[in-house]
Design a protein around this ligand. Structure first.
Ligand code: BGC
Length: 789
């Protein structure tokens, strides 16, 4: 129904939330709670679930989101301590959830006010109950970085007091994190916790059904099968990006490709509290019969057997290690994974993970191997590892006569051209056979201005007069239509309007296409874009489903589940006349303090790419489109509109662009949103090498690119810190097709005063470039439901 959440999505969301929960510790078989075990729930989040992070990635109007305490009841379990529950619920009535200031974006606090229980209340509760669960909730998000401070990344003194008192009185205590991000976990064995923290469960922010899903796990209706999509380090400062993160102006990516586990497993394994890919289950699994076969690509296979007493699913992860060679490589890189079905005790499943040798290539941005700007496989031994997390994955032997998977010569896999290389001097970390070293980062040798001039598109020849409908019906080509549009019509077309325009579903993020009477006369319809990555955002009073946020989905490691969820989202889009979903978000978790990490999947580009590809592919199959964002390197919210990220071309290609490449090549993504930030001195909204040289020319992308909302722009050739909202000419020249957004009703009147018209007059922009953008926009629109609406 229009403006209502789809009922059939509920059970799937509940399953996804349950499957995303990561059990990090479970001493004394604390979880699942056994039948009849009386449980005291502490912390308001146990009675009032935090469903999402902050900003556009969490902004979904929902009628209700259920709590974990309600989840107990839904499961017919009445073991929640009623006295404590009443205390909390009465207090919550007096202290309602703080959603921030009405109309003020991202004003929700990172932490909600907590009830201060007396020591006596806690002691009494300990007498009445067998176990205690303490819930800790946090939010961060867009325009709201996680802070290295109490109430955000760290516990508050009130939370410490509560945990201290509860662990003093209760023998067995579990901590449940209902947080949009990873929090500090270094305290769980401190003396003030009395050695009584038996369980740690990451419940993330799992959308409207998140509380129910979490209750299912706690009660053992679902066996946890979530695995971390990020490394949890002992200390924040252990993080490789830590000393180059958070500057509002400029950050140098000295850690280079050594992000997350690539760093920790290679250089600093001791600093890890919980490794990447880690997650406990209630049951046990064996992984046997592992072998690597080298035929028609590389196949790693084995059998997973449930050897324990609960039904459960497991995630098999395959990593490889390449020779350090001249380029330097991490000790482990994820190259495949497979989640099994839920296996009954004693049941087994064969898994087979296939990939190509070429998938293991590294990018030579310096020419160290003699192959500058190429993807190469350096000579030496390649080893494969399989297991249930990066740390415990063990070597898989090669089947057949060959003892080793070895390349005798360096092999060039793909020749590219230098693109997006930095211009500022800095150093980067490199792994060698003899340990870590730092080297100078290779700088750009490209004359970007010359490249753009030499590759300017050719103007279209005037085609036959036609309408958009003629093109839809196959009686004319997009080029025919575009060639007949006047210059000012082309300019109107590259401006999207928003937010909340009268033409499309109320409260959505933008409208684009036939926004002026002339364009409508040519039959061009108006398409609707809505946020976003965890469900549709519309006007107040119009409801939608909030699915678990991206980091939760990544922790399921289940791309089939992601497909099922997005089939449901596509149905809601259909009901609400929404053509384009502004998601998935897929930036890399470079540092745990990035506020938007919850909207993004992982620190690993392969897992990120697979999750995003599943999303966009499903939407496309349902005749909708997703927009992969934020292209690229949106690693922090601090200084988010203008901050410059200085990154090597290699790290860009292997880490920050890799996921997008998978989403484009495997997922068939047809729409991209560039980011707010700068990369190597260029705003991504006007970065020719990003949106043309790499995205279209190298990856073969055929769709439409849009800017982020009210994105800053800088000169397409010079880049630099000077920026504005008006240099739309630079955007067009970079083949970024559409500026999001101008005020409703102004796409044709150019009230904002962008420089398109003057640039065309002066000859610093050609009509052919505007035509290119129009072809991309209209070509994309042909695939949208609106083409036939
Ligand atoms: C966000 C985007 C979002 C857009 C439209 C921007 O502030 O960065 O992710 O899609 O707003 O709401």
């Amino acid at each position: 129904m229009k403006g209502e959440a789809l009922a059939e999505l509920k059970p799937l969301c509940r399953k996804a939330a349950a499957d995303s929960a990561v059990l990090l510790r479970n001493y004394n078989d604390f979880l699942p709670l056994k039948e009849g075990e009386k449980t005291a729930i502490f912390g308001r989040a146990g009675y009032e679930y935090t469903k999402c992070g902050t900003g556009s990635g969490g902004n979904v109007n929902v009628r209700k989101s259920a709590s974990v305490a309600e989840g107990f009841k839904e499961n017919g379990v009445n073991t929640v301590d009623a006295e404590l529950e009443k205390l909390y619920l009465d207090w919550i009535k007096e202290h309602p959830y703080d959603n921030g200031k009405e109309g003020q974006f991202a004003s929700e606090p990172r932490i909600q006010e907590e009830l201060r229980l007396s020591e006596e209340d806690i002691t009494k509760a300990a007498k009445r109950n067998d176990k205690a669960l303490i819930f800790i909730a946090r939010r961060a998000g867009e325009e709201k970085e996680v802070l290295d401070a109490p109430g955000s990344f760290r516990l508050t003194s009130e939370e410490k007091r509560l945990i201290g008192l509860v662990t003093k009185d209760f023998m067995h205590v579990g901590i449940v994190f209902n947080t949009s991000h990873i929090m500090d976990m270094s305290w769980t064995d401190d003396a003030w916790c009395h050695g009584r923290i038996d369980a740690l469960l990451c419940g993330w922010t799992g959308g409207t059904e998140g509380g129910l899903g979490l209750a299912d796990v706690i009660l053992g209706k679902v066996t946890p099968s979530g695995h971390l999509a990020d490394t949890v380090s002992m200390r924040l400062s252990d993080n490789p990006a830590d000393r180059n993160f958070g500057d509002a102006k400029e950050n140098f990516y000295e850690e280079d490709i050594y992000v997350g586990y690539r760093y920790f497993e290679t250089f600093n394994p001791k600093a890890v509290l919980y490794p990447f890919g880690f997650g406990l289950s209630y049951t046990d699994f064996a992984l046997d019969g592992l072998k690597v076969e080298d035929k028609n690509g590389i196949r790693v296979s084995g059998t997973v057997k449930n050897t324990g007493n609960y039904p459960g699913a497991q995630v098999v992860q395959v990593y490889f290690s390449a020779p350090k060679g001249k380029l330097g490589r991490p000790d482990r890189e994820l190259i495949g994974f497979k989640k099994t079905a839920v296996l009954a005790p004693g049941e087994e499943e064969k898994v087979c993970i296939c990939f190509s040798e070429n998938d293991m290539a590294a990018y030579d941005d310096s020419g160290a191997t003699g192959n500058k700007s190429c993807y190469v496989l350096e000579s030496g031994e390649y080893r494969f590892f399989a297991g249930f997390d990066v740390r415990s994955a063990r070597v898989v032997p090669l089947s057949g006569r060959k003892k080793k998977y070895e390349l005798t010569e360096t092999k060039v896999v793909k020749t590219c051209e230098e693109a997006m290389a930095p211009t500022e001097r800095f150093i980067r970390l490199k792994a060698t056979e003899n340990g870590p070293v730092y080297e100078n980062v290779p700088l750009s040798a490209t004359d970007l201005g010359k490249r753009i001039e030499e590759r300017l598109p050719k103007p279209l020849k005037k085609g036959k007069k036609c309408t958009f409908r003629d093109v839809v019906e196959g009686n004319a080509k997009v080029e025919d239509l575009v060639s007949n549009l006047a210059d000012h019509e082309l300019m109107s077309l590259v401006r999207g309007e928003g937010t909340d325009t009268p033409y499309v579903t109320p409260g959505t993020a933008s409208a684009f296409g036939g926004l002026t009477p002339e364009l409508r006369e040519a039959g061009i319809p108006i398409a609707c874009c809505a946020d976003g990555p965890s469900g549709i955002h519309m006007k107040k009073g119009l409801y939608a489903t909030q699915i678990p946020s991206a980091v939760s989905l990544a922790c399921t490691w289940d791309t089939d589940l992601v497909c099922e969820l997005y089939k449901g989202i596509a149905k809601e889009m259909e009901e609400d006349d929404i053509d384009v979903l502004l998601g998935p978000g897929m930036n890399i978790h470079r540092h745990p303090l990035c506020g938007r990490n919850f909207e993004y999947f992982s620190e690993d580009p392969f897992l990120t790419g697979k999750m995003a590809a599943a999303t966009v592919k499903t939407l496309y199959e349902c005749k909708k489109e997703g927009v992969i964002k934020h292209f690229c390197v949106n690693s922090q919210e601090t200084g988010r509109f203008n901050e410059n990220n200085v990154v090597s071309e290699r790290a860009l290609r292997e880490i920050y662009l890799k996921g997008f490449e998978i989403a484009v090549k495997e997922g068939g993504a047809s729409a991209v949103m560039t980011s707010y930030n700068m990369v190597n001195g260029h705003h991504t909204s006007a970065y020719y090498d990003l949106t043309e040289t790499i995205l279209r020319k190298e990856w073969g992308f055929k769709g439409m690119v849009m800017t982020d909302w009210w994105a800053r722009l800088n000169d397409v050739v010079k880049g630099g810190f000077e920026h504005n909202l008006k240099d739309v000419r630079s955007m067009v020249r970079a083949h970024n097709d559409i500026y999001m957004v101008v005020d409703p009703g102004t796409a044709g009147t150019n009230e904002r005063g962008d420089n398109l018209e003057t640039s065309l007059e002066e000859g610093t922009l050609t009509r052919a470039e505007l035509e290119q953008c129009a072809i991309h926009i209209l070509g994309f629109m042909l695939k949208l439901p609106v083409a036939n609406r």
